[in-house]
Design a protein around this ligand. Structure first.
Ligand code: SF4
Length: 170
């Protein structure tokens, strides 16, 4: 690891780690190339970190009478709302980050347009519970997902923002 480079948090499945609910990964070449060329990185999977196994029942965001919950798609009593919300506060390594690349559309990691089930419909209006905590705790931290990074202009802007954040804070 080159200690002069900015450190970026990244959803583990984007790096090719088989941590998804189906035992697979979502290796993303653009993310990997960006990290290899420019940054050091810290991989993290909030779902396995809170003790969900691989494979596991998928979870989703569900609007209930008592508010937004994150529950199993088949087992509504599998409710991981609290652990997924609280796991960020236990990660001291977050203090060393200058950016974060999240997996799009995940109920844990998505930063926007995450489906929220309400009745028998789903609106793409949510944020993953872990990602939401990171953004709340570090409102100026540059964040992106792998879909946004496919756009060259966005990617350049993200790199500039991360480098600027790194210079300001470290
Ligand atoms: S919780 Fe995040 S890192 Fe883990 S498999 Fe889902 S999207 Fe990937």
């Amino acid at each position: 690891m080159n200690s002069t480079l900015a450190v970026i948090g990244v959803s583990s499945c984007l790096l090719g780690l088989p941590v998804r609910y189906d035992g697979k990964h979502k290796r993303h070449e653009i993310v990997l190339n960006l990290l290899n060329e420019k940054f050091n990185y810290q991989a993290f999977c909030p779902e396995t970190e809170i003790g969900l196994g691989v494979p596991r029942e998928p979870i989703h965001l569900l609007m209930t009478k008592s508010g937004l919950r994150c529950v199993g798609t088949q087992t509504s009593t599998l409710d991981v709302t609290e652990p997924l919300t609280e796991i960020a506060s236990q990660q001291t390594w977050l203090e060393s980050l200058s950016g974060y690349i999240f997996k799009a559309r995940s109920p844990s990691c998505g930063i926007h347009n995450v489906p929220v089930v309400s009745g028998n419909r789903a609106n793409k209006s949510g944020q993953g519970l872990f990602a939401a905590q990171i953004r709340k705790r570090y409102p100026n931290l540059p964040v992106s997902d792998e879909q946004q990074l496919e756009n060259l202009e966005f990617r350049r802007r993200f790199i500039t923002q991360v480098e600027a954040y790194h210079q300001r804070h470290f």
